[in-house]
Design a binder for this molecule. Sequence first.
Ligand code: NAP
Ligand code: MG
Length: 496
Amino acid sequence: MFTATGDDWADRAAALRLHTRMFIDGEWVEGSAEPLTPISPRDGRRLPEISAASADDVDRAVRSARRAFESGSWSALAPRERGQRLLAFAQRIHDAAEELALTISLEMGKPIREALQTEMRAVVNCLRWYGEAADKILDELPVTAPNSLALVTREPAGVVAAVVPWNFPLTMTAWKLAPALAVGNSVILKPAEHSTYSALRLAELAYESGIPAGVLNVVPGAGHVAGRALGEHTDVDVVTFTGSPEVGRRFLGYSAASNGKRVWPELGGKTASVVLPDADLERAVRATADGCFYNQGQMCTASSRLLVPKAQRDRALELAAEAAMATRPADPFAVSTSMGAIVSEKQLAAIAGFVERAAAEGGEVAAGSADRYEAVKGGSYFAPAVIGVTPTFEVARREVFGPVLSVIAYDDVDDAIAIANGTEFGLAAALWSNDLNAVHTLSRRLRAGVVWVNCFEEGDMTIPFGGVKGSGFGRDKSLHAIDKFTDLKTTWIELA
Ligand code: NAP
Ligand code: MG
């Protein structure tokens, strides 16, 4: 399971049955907005049109979600029963993992191997984890005066809107759905335009697992139409969002202009990987390059800045360039492929622009170029680039969301920390050293929600994930995510 084998993935993709309508109240319905016209980045082929939600359609989905919530069909179930159904949902996803992985690969270009091995495994794990946690969440009974009894209980927030990106389409979705559903909310999911088919199939599996009509509605559509309508709806209680800083801030604005709903933004990043002089340079560079190129660089945590001591800069640049040159984009449907297609032509052009401007600014391009790469005819591919720069370069400050690694030299540890903390973001950082004191003191000084020491991208469902500063303040995973989707109620009883 979760291992991609065989060479018939293209045939299997051609035979996929893709859903193309909205899923509201347990039914497939046509949307009334301009349909989506997806293109597979693998080969530029047009995929079936998807019916899209207008603001009125979103309103219909919100009313359905509210009705379901008020009916108690899900919100009033015993937590153990909700947990059981989430486990059943996880099992159905497990059983459909190959089909879902292939759908993701087709729609956003991720290699089938990664879609199955990493993404689908993470989705199943996440749903299982919250399914198991559903009846293990405790309320509080604070100690008060003898003639009183105070209960602090958690209540589901109500109607939750989840607006997610395409880079880990089902993982991001599971991170939102699982905790929100575990505690009894109704959820409306607005998938990214580039990853809608997989979201629609997920909704069907949820429904088949006993998650009642209206409890999970999916509204495909354009961000500025369907996403915005959710953000502005006065009967949505919570927005949980993963995406770009720009859109995340828009949601805060939608909230302010409507009902003051809670918005949980989880936004971009510009992860610095700080290599201290005592570290194994080769190992650190290799892990940093892999962390930057993984998922075609379309990672909020991508280790896009490698910070090395001045004396080791040239060697680091050389090692990083070797790692880049060893990573060639290839057909996402071949099981040996580790780097697939860039999500869209637009994204490809944006990435190329960063490399072009970095070169024009005087960056030392040690690997790659601004040119596209042809792995499959008609597809959108980009070979990794490594560029020696200083911290003020555009490519060293802005999120590229593509396989472009900036290598930066630092003078001393204080300089390294200043550079690492010197962007608008604060999602993740990495430190490479075996000096116990340096590891502890420096990880405290790094302004990031996640610090990896002598590793990259490690973690599991028990730990929270999210950032500080411009990376937003929402936290996914772990029991902390439950806080986003519940309200605390105090019941004070005066005893006679
Ligand atoms: P995005 O453009 O911000 O889109 C995210 C979602 O918001 C999509 O569903 C999008 O719909 C929707 N949207 C777009 N414009 C909107 C608007 N005006 N109003 C309401 N909704 C709107 O981000 P993306 O390009 O999909 O993903 C890349 C970004 O996500 C990067 O910045 C990355 O760092 C971040 N990210 C963060 C994390 C994390 O956990 N912190 C994880 C993964 C990705 P459309 O598809 O229709 O545009
Ligand atoms: Mg976008």
